[in-house]
Write a protein that binds this ligand. Structure first.
Ligand code: FES
Length: 120
């Protein structure tokens, strides 16, 4: 039975072999404390950094790639957009805000959007 280790809260959650489970759903059901807002891949509040087991995660889809950008290469994923099929360990900043407020990727996105507005 694989285990998801939520290192920030010190919570280990087992799930049945052969299942793909949504990371945010598991976190919420087990009161792991992962911050979130939209649960639809739009806000980036539920960023988690994968320490082990990235190979057991679903590949990022377009929305997650667009929102996270370079952060994906640093092992960051959006819990609401990520499905887990094997053992994984992760942590997060319990005080983190939505991605437009406090991240490098957010600043990059904001700069892109501002440039786009300038060009119109
Ligand atoms: S909770 Fe908003 S992107 Fe996941």
């Amino acid at each position: 039975m694989p285990t998801i280790r939520f290192l920030t809260s010190g919570t280990d959650v087992d799930f049945p072999d052969g299942e793909d489970v949504n990371l945010l759903r598991v976190a919420l059901r087990n009161k792991c404390g992962v911050p979130f807002k939209c649960a639809t891949g739009l806000c980036g509040t539920d960023r988690v950094r994968i320490v082990d087991g990235a190979e057991h995660l679903s590949p990022p889809k377009r929305r997650e790639r667009e929102l996270l950008g370079d952060l994906l290469d640093e092992g960051v994923r959006l819990a609401c957009q990520t499905y887990v099929s094997g053992p994984v360990s992760l942590y997060w900043d319990p005080d983190q805000k939505s991605i437009d407020e406090d991240s490098r990727a957010g600043k990059r996105l904001l700069a892109e959007w501002l440039d786009a507005e300038d060009g119109q």
